[in-house]
Design a binder for this molecule. Structure first.
Ligand code: B12
Length: 212
């Protein structure tokens, strides 16, 4: 049943997507597997956009469908790891307004027992610095899906360094195109491919007690 989900989502068939999601969960599919199938569908939407078959309105439609799926999945998605407490600051970096994946990460971090300061989207570097100062959080999560987001990630990390906070804050990056190479280029400490990875990193950093 889940095999069909990426294509049906990429075809923007909202009703059918929601029917498959509900039926798959009722038949015992793992919520995480359903999420991954939908994410594969979003990648197909992106491919069609790049190929000139889809327009921005189609990207928007896919986002709306994914948000409906999120409403069903979020209460069911539980972090594998639980953290004994701590706080993180998160946001989508300047120039980028993609927030579907970031919101999944936020929910997973909350479900792992973390206090989360979510700054939203298109967040300027100085806002991240201010939030780190206000909250004293030792963990910063930067999300971004656009290639130009890499520059904003680097600028944000530079701003954290200039503010004298870099030794006190561990920084992770994530979002569609982010990988180990991007992580190294922007100067982050680590990166994660999904929301569970974000929780694992935050737990390891918070529980090791020594951020830098
Ligand atoms: C939906 C969508 C939109 C929607 C977003 C709606 C919203 N509220 O977010 C809208 C219509 C607004 C949009 C706009 C644009 N988009 Co768009 N969009 C997409 C699309 C199809 C899906 C993104 C998505 O939601 N994926 C599903 C989520 C669940 O996945 P995710 O974000 O990767 O998150 C997961 C992980 O990465 C991870 N994660 C996420 N954040 C973090 C953070 C940390 C710290 C960690 C550890 C993990 C982590 O956890 C999540 C859960 O597993 C992608 C295609 C794609 N391949 O992704 C294009 C895509 C990202 N968009 C693209 C483009 C070009 C644009 C526009 C420039 C289009 C235009 N001409 O206007 C604008 C840019 C607007 C801006 N300034 O940001 C390109 C980017 C190309 C590039 N190289 O830069 C893509 C790749 C499409 C493509 N193939 O061309 N878009």
């Amino acid at each position: 049943m889940l095999d069909r989900l990426p294509t049906v989502l990429a075809d923007l068939e909202e009703d059918e997507v929601l029917e498959i999601v509900k039926a798959a969960l009722a038949a015992g599919s793992e919520p995480l597997a359903v999420l991954e199938a939908c994410q594969a569908g979003m990648t197909l939407v992106g491919d069609r956009f790049e190929a000139g078959e889809y327009f921005v309105s189609d990207l928007m439609m896919s986002g709306e469908i994914f948000k409906q799926v999120g409403l069903i999945l979020e209460p069911l998605l539980e972090a594998e790891a639980q953290v004994s407490g701590g706080s993180v600051v998160i946001g989508t970096v300047a120039g980028d307004i993609h927030d579907i994946g970031k919101d999944i990460v936020v929910n997973m971090l909350k479900s792992a027992n973390l206090e989360v300061t979510d700054l939203g989207v298109d967040v300027p570097a100085e806002r991240f610095v201010a939030a780190l100062r206000e909250t004293g959080s030792p963990v910063l999560c930067l999300s971004g899906l656009l290639t130009l987001a890499f520059d904003s990630m680097a600028a944000t990390i530079e701003a954290v360094t200039e503010a004298g906070l870099r030794d006190e804050v561990k920084i992770m990056v994530g979002g569609g195109p982010v990988d180990a190479r991007v992580c190294e280029t922007v100067g982050a400490d680590d990166w994660g491919a999904d929301a569970q990875a974000a929780v694992r990193l935050a737990r390891d950093w918070l529980e090791s007690g020594s951020p830098a």
